[in-house]
Design a protein around this ligand. Sequence first.
Ligand SMILES: [Zn+2]
Length: 305
Amino acid sequence: MDKKLFELISESADFKQIKAEMANAQGQCYCIMNADKFLRESFLEVLLCSVYCEREMSPCGQCNRCKQVENKNNIDICYFGEDEGLVKKESIERLLESAITKPYEFSRKFLIVKNGDGLSEQGQNMLLKMLEELPAFDTVIILCSGTQKILPTIRSRSRNFLLHSLGASALVQIIGSSERSLNIIKCTDANFGKAIALDKTKEFDDMYKYALTILFNFEKKADYTNYSGYLQRNREKLELILYIMKGVFYMALKGDIDCTLPKIKLAKIVEHISYLEINLLKRQNKLMVIDDLLMGILKIKNEVK
Ligand SMILES: [Zn+2]
């Protein structure tokens, strides 16, 4: 993990609170929530380092045990389910079996569901009984985007933490404060995972410039071919282009970019792009998405009201 990010997380109030709680907990389940997947996973990594770190200034992020956590080589930290999508019944069965096994190397063991959003109602019900009788050496951690995906019965048996975002100023410490970096931070609304990934994406500059052109210059049907040409040439990266374009219109909506388009139209365009992002996820034909995108923006821009 980025050293600065590790530091920022380990200095955060959320971290100190959960670390202190977890130090004495036995047989406890935690739901750790934040909409930013990257942030909650990074948080988990630092938290686990703090449990196993062998240095006095724990967590250091550098010692062998911290490295073991980072590389997922700690035999007493078990992950269940895939990174995305539904957590399969087999994964939960494996978790239930694992819960009754003593730790191999250390005094405590962690059972982690990284994608709590992927737990079905049935899956969560399978976990319930285990949570009631969790052995003292076990700690269960469910990472998820928010409370809405987790059943009240699970939540009432867990300690629930809604992580605060580290915010734009923390992001500046990681990706810098150049004009490009600041644009990335605004464009992603200070989402850590997205901002750090975009910072490493060299096409960002082109895509950002393209989005600005659509915001300012795309007014008439006659421009259509020009603008759809760029999208068609880059259609392998359409998802990213849509994300950045949505970010740029959102920046204009918030007043981060000066623009004369009425706010109601900007909001409609942001909504339109979000809708197309979903269609893209559902694997709708990319050329159709491109056509919908441009025609939609043009229509909203030229609406009389
Ligand atoms: Zn360490």
